[in-house]
Design a protein around this ligand. Structure first.
Ligand SMILES: NC(=O)c1ccc[n+]([C@@H]2O[C@H](COP(=O)([O-])OP(=O)(O)OC[C@H]3O[C@@H](n4cnc5c(N)ncnc54)[C@H](OP(=O)(O)O)[C@@H]3O)[C@@H](O)[C@H]2O)c1
Length: 291
């Protein structure tokens, strides 16, 4: 029943329908037990949420409240050298730190991650158990857990859709240098690894500074070089004291007559992320803002 649970939450969250006003419809009269989710299509006074086989979820437009929702927050995860602020060299990480890679996985797994096309190339494949949203002006083929976005706005739209669907309170920007630049006004939290080594190479950098009058240091751990970690490094988690919040209105998620490409593509992907393992246990409530 995970799909049905996620779907009910999605309807309630985005469309402001209370459970009682959501009609579960099934053409054969049985309670639906499997639902696919997609953006709404408008049919007369009804919004229908995805016909899937014999099943149809419907919400009456006039039963919806005019609401605005707070979108998931944006976090960064970055590893850079100190000194030098180097994050990459010839499209690779210039260090081997297995402990930091484990940390990266623990932070990002289950979430949407936004990255640049070059970072995807340096990873070699989309990250498993995450929705990989990749920014590129050229684009590419969407498949499995990989989605291409042509602009930062499209990337955020996709990230909001999937993060809400899976009750994830944050979307994580994982680089590289160009993509960190794009969202730098928006991120409210950073998982920052600093590698204590001066690198001669380095063609990608992350030069942001974190003034503790504006940022809270949530935690900081020091790690020594070892057989699995090439250099000493620290991991800090910082949060903005004054958080930036983004809101969207219901209409932003509606699919209208002239379906734009990015929303149309969601129909083809609506099942994918829901089948990601371990979602049911880790769902978290997102804060709601009623306008
Ligand atoms: N240490 C770390 O934490 C870390 C993390 C990530 C990456 N890295 C390193 O960083 C380096 C890669 O960083 P990078 O800055 O060269 O590349 P990048 O940010 O990963 O990707 C750049 C690409 O993103 C696309 N793009 C950029 N702005 C866009 C926009 N406004 N709209 C649509 N698409 C846009 C373009 O793709 P198209 O050319 O296809 O249009 C551009 O070539 C590598 O060395 C990697 O290993 C380090």
């Amino acid at each position: 029943m995970l799909l049905a649970t996620a779907t009910s939450r999605w309807i309630e969250f985005i469309y402001g329908a209370r459970s009682g006003s959501i009609r579960h419809m099934s053409r054969n009269g049985n309670e639906p037990d499997e639902i696919a989710t997609a953006p709404l299509t408008v049919q007369g006074d009804d919004l229908s949420l995805c016909a899937h086989g014999d099943l149809l979820f419907g919400v009456k437009i006039n039963e919806m409240k005019p609401i605005e929702r707070t979108m998931p927050s944006i976090s960064y995860i970055v590893a850079r050298s100190n000194p030098g602020d180097v994050i990459g060299c010839e499209n690779e990480l210039p260090w081997k730190l297995r402990t930091d890679l484990k940390f990266f996985r623990s932070v990002t797994e289950g979430n949407c991650v936004i990255m640049g096309r070059k970072t995807l190339e340096s990873l070699g494949r989309p990250l498993p158990n995450r929705i990989n949203i990749v920014l590129s002006r050229q684009g590419g083929d969407n498949r499995d857990n990989l989605m291409w976005a042509h602009s930062p706005e499209d990337a955020l739209f996709l990230a909001d859709f999937y993060s809400i669907l899976n009750a994830r309170p944050q979307t994580i920007v994982i680089g590289g240098a160009q993509i960190y630049e794009l969202f730098k006004e928006l991120f409210t939290k950073i998982y920052l690894t600093e590698v204590q080594h001066k690198f001669e190479c380095g063609d990608a950098h992350f030069r942001e500074r974190f003034d503790l009058r504006e940022w809270d240091l949530i935690k900081r751990n020091d790690f020594k070089a070892s057989d699995v970690d090439q250099y000493d490094f620290t991991i800090s988690v910082l949060e903005r004291k004054i958080k930036y919040t983004r809101h969207r209105k219901i209409e932003d998620f509606l699919v209208k007559e002239n379906i734009d490409i990015i929303k149309k593509d969601l129909h083809n992907f609506c099942d994918k992320f829901q089948s990601t393992p371990d979602q049911a246990e880790t769902q978290i409530s997102l804060p709601l803002l009623v306008a």
